[in-house]
Ligand binder design. Structure first.
Ligand code: C2E
Ligand code: MG
Ligand code: MG
Length: 401
């Protein structure tokens, strides 16, 4: 890729002429230029641009030849910026913002050529949204998300977490589901990032925490003693930078009269690292409150082992990436073994995520992994189904005792 360079111009020097091919834009550091079109030898002046202005942007963004001639009117120093660099930067923009820019550019080019035309004679503007189907899908999610909460279209499922030795259920992860009236079930992997982006995640998190506490309360009313059973709720980086987040949690626990030890909050490692200081203090406050704190999907983000030294956590969840086909990969087994040892030394609980086959489970057992959560044991189930399973387990325990 070509890099920036610097040019000097004297008054009267032409930077480029109308109709020239484009390969770069320019940023004026000092001096001033004038932009014009030549009509039958007469200069039609368009604009003057001075220090700090950009020139040549239009033809780069439209991919068309230069639309004006640029002449220095003072001594100038200008930086060149390669067209490909500008396009690369543009491509990284958020799609709606990018479409705004593309549309404005092509509209201003249309205005320049304005003549009197009938409606059916003017051209149809090009669609400027790249991946328009994806963008429209995201906008639909944004549009429907807030009303979906009011319309009670969200619900929580609970995926049991088991002890590998007894295969008994020790806890459950609360996983959100959106049942859209027209579009069916939408995956959290799809709508959670949108909710984060549009600032609606706190409402969803509050819903998840309340549903988790409500479930725990029903369990207690039905069966009495919760023992060491816990429910784990996923929270986002945006939630935990909010100082009031701990208040939300303790308020919900009080409201449903649930001791804090039955609630765990899960957060991905990259989310904590991104918001380091604020995140750490919230996690520490949650631990102080008596809740569990789990680092989710461990090993997929920017794993930084020095972080483990400082992260306030009580549980580490090993990502499915290490568990899938564990029995076939000595390296994966070595990594999981090392993580288990590390957690033991740090006094942190471990949950392996995403085992689907008996071979993966056997490999985990050989490594003496204590706890597991995966389709091999249970898929996410409704609160009623989880209650029924827990009751069966309780009955079996009582009969054997
Ligand atoms: P996660 O927190 O890592 O949750 C585990 C995901 O793995 C769940 O997907 C679960 O159904 C799936 N899973 C569990 N066992 C297996 C297995 O054996 N094989 C395979 N292939 N998958 C398995 P789900 O429910 O689609 O959730 C996806 C992600 O969406 C979650 O990943 C979490 O990051 C996010 N999420 C879900 N619910 C919530 C929520 O209430 N709040 C927030 N902030 N995020 C949520
Ligand atoms: Mg999780
Ligand atoms: Mg996970």
């Amino acid at each position: 890729m070509s890099h920036c360079s610097e040019l000097t111009l004297e008054p009267g020097d032409i930077l480029y002429r109308e109709g020239d091919a484009n390969d770069c834009g320019y940023v004026i550091e000092t001096g001033e230029v004038i932009l014009y079109n030549l009509h039958e030898g007469i200069k039609v002046f368009r604009e003057r641009r001075g220090a700090g202005a950009i020139i040549g942007e239009l033809s780069i963004l439209t991919g068309q030849p230069r639309t004006v001639t640029v002449e220095a009117t003072q001594p100038c120093r200008v930086f060149t910026v390669a067209a490909e660099q500008i396009v690369e930067r543009l491509n990284k923009l958020e799609p709606v913002l990018r479409a705004c820019i593309d549309t404005s550019i092509s509209f201003s080019a249309t205005l320049e050529n304005q003549t009197f035309l009938r409606a059916d004679q003017v051209s149809l503007a090009e669609s400027t949204l790249r991946n328009s189907e994806d963008v429209i899908e995201l906008l639909k999610i944004e549009t429907d998300l807030l009303s979906a909460l009011e319309n009670r279209e969200f619900k929580m499922l609970f995926q049991p977490i088991v002890c590998m030795t007894s295969e008994g259920i020790i806890g459950a992860e609360a996983l959100m589901r959106w049942q859209h009236p027209q579009r069916g079930q939408i995956s959290p992997a799809r709508f959670i990032p949108v909710a984060e982006h549009m600032g609606a995640i706190q409402k969803l998190t509050a819903f998840a925490i309340h549903e988790a506490c409500l479930f725990l309360r029903h369990l207690r009313e039905d069966g009495g003693n919760l023992g060491a059973f816990f429910v784990s709720v996923n929270v986002s980086a945006i939630d935990i930078v909010e100082r009031k987040f701990t208040d939300l949690v303790s308020f919900a626990l009080d409201q449903y009269e649930i001791p804090a030890c039955h609630l765990k909050l899960e957060i991905t490692e990259s989310a904590v690292i991104a918001k380091e200081t604020a995140a750490q203090s919230t996690l520490q406050r949650l631990l102080d409150l008596g809740c569990g704190v789990a680092i989710d999907d461990f090993g997929t983000g920017f794993s930084n082992f020095s972080q483990l030294r400082v992260l306030p956590l009580s549980t580490l969840k090993i990502d499915r990436a290490f568990i899938q086909n564990l029995h076939l990969s000595q390296k994966a087994q070595d990594i999981v073994e090392m993580l288990l040892l590390l957690c033991e030394r740090l006094g942190v609980d471990v949950i392996a995520e995403g085992m689907e086959t008996i071979e993966e489970v056997k490999a985990l057992r050989r490594l003496q992994c204590p706890n597991a959560q995966g389709f091999y044991f249970y898929k996410p189930v409704s609160p009623d189904e989880l209650s029924a399973r827990l009751e069966q387990q309780y009955d079996a325990f009582r009969d054997s005792g």
